[in-house]
Write a protein that binds this ligand. Structure first.
Ligand code: ACO
Length: 338
């Protein structure tokens, strides 16, 4: 990259309503014990019927802008990673641009499922590295509760709603994003998808009746793919960054399943205090998982100038992504408290 690009500030927001495993026991044939043992999830947040993805994104964005000290008017680009946009079009990014008053910002959505935030970081960083733009707001937001089949115990226990945001901008030489790994394997498209509602099978009374506007998942296949790709993507990102596993100060993995995270952590040889886990409280928030976890880690003072952070995610597509970020020295941990 020609110019070093890093994260200047983060923000996150989750809806107030908590849905616990015990609540789910009353809705489908499941148990708290099964969900905790198989996934590590204890509760998740659910948006109410009036709340859309752009509402969650707005709250996260305001917090990220405040913490970065950048105003909405200074933004050059707003990039929203989501598989649950408010509507087909206009993009959720455009809705947000208007609400934030980011008058000079371009805006578009990006669809890459759970690694969407990493895809967004990579895309936003290129604009800044090239000198075209100075400040880019990247958001991962989902209201997965709106596309969940609440009668399907295989999937409804896994997901939650939330939003996380990061303001990207120039940082000192040697800091910022040191590597990006992005990948896709569309031959796995049938492992995680929504059958109807798009141009292949437009929504009709019949598709709604058959619940085909909700997500379908082959959990076992996604699990095997996830464990494999978490290992290969992290190794590649570390190598490309020119560092070693021992240099990693904090791993911020996609929060889908504790067993998947544990497998990656064991392979990397990291101690538990170097891993951010919040899926017990939020479940899988897809593209919002990593930015929410990152924001919480920063708020908790777990990130310091010069630290090497590793993000890694996998998801529908199938897709994956990883990045190594050297946290800028000019962003003190205490700034998160502002
Ligand atoms: N409660 C009780 N029993 C259940 C539940 C539930 N909520 N869900 C499934 N079961 C049953 C199944 O029916 C099955 O019963 P059977 O053996 O009689 O058929 C049994 O539990 C075991 O099912 P498995 O699929 O073997 O369970 P597994 O240990 O693989 O865990 C899980 C399932 C949690 C879904 C796991 O496979 C997983 O996490 N996969 C990855 C999913 C993922 O990460 N998806 C998100 C991708 S990100 C994105 O883009 C949105």
């Amino acid at each position: 990259m020609t110019r070093s690009v890093g994260i200047l500030g983060t923000g996150s927001y989750v809806p107030e309503r908590v849905l616990t495993n015990h609540d789910l026991e009353k809705m489908v044939d499941t148990s708290d014990e099964w969900i905790v043992t198989r996934t590590g999830i204890r509760e998740r947040r659910i948006a109410d019927e009036h709340t859309a993805s752009s509402d969650l994104a707005y709250e996260a964005a305001v917090r990220a802008l405040k913490k970065s000290g950048i105003s909405a008017e200074e933004l050059d680009l707003i990039l929203v990673a989501t598989v649950t946009p408010d509507m087909f079009f206009p993009s959720t990014a455009c809705l947000l641009q208007d609400r934030l008053g980011a008058k000079k910002a371009a805006a578009f959505d990006l669809s890459a499922a759970c690694p969407g935030f990493i895809y967004g970081l990579a895309t936003g960083a290129q604009f800044i590295a090239s000198g075209l733009y100075r400040y880019v707001l990247v958001i991962g937001v989902e209201t997965l509760s709106k596309i969940t089949d609440w009668k399907d115990r295989n999937t409804c226990v896994l997901f939650g709603d939330g939003a996380g945001a990061a303001v990207l901008g120039p940082v000192e030489d040697g800091a910022g994003f040191l590597s990006f790994v992005l990948g896709a394997d569309g031959s796995g498209k049938d492992h995680l998808y929504i059958p109807a509602g798009g141009s292949r099978k437009p929504a009709t009374c019949e598709t709604v009746e058959a619940n085909e506007h909700t997500l379908r998942m082959n959990g076992r296949e996604v699990f095997k793919f996830a464990v494999r790709v978490m290992n290969s993507a992290t190794d590649e990102a570390i190598e490309k960054a020119g560092i070693t596993r021992e240099d990693i100060d904090l791993l911020v993995p996609h929060q889908a399943n504790l067993r998947i995270i544990d497998a990656a952590v064991e392979k990397l040889g990291l101690s538990s205090e170097k891993v951010v886990v919040n899926l017990d409280r939020y479940g899988n928030m897809s593209s919002a998982s990593i930015p929410v976890a990152l924001d919480e880690a920063w708020e908790e003072g777990r990130i310091h100038g010069g630290d090497h952070l590793l993000f890694v995610a996998f998801g529908a597509g199938l897709t994956w992504g990883a990045t190594v970020l050297k946290w800028s020295e000019s962003i003190a941990p205490s700034q998160a408290k502002k």
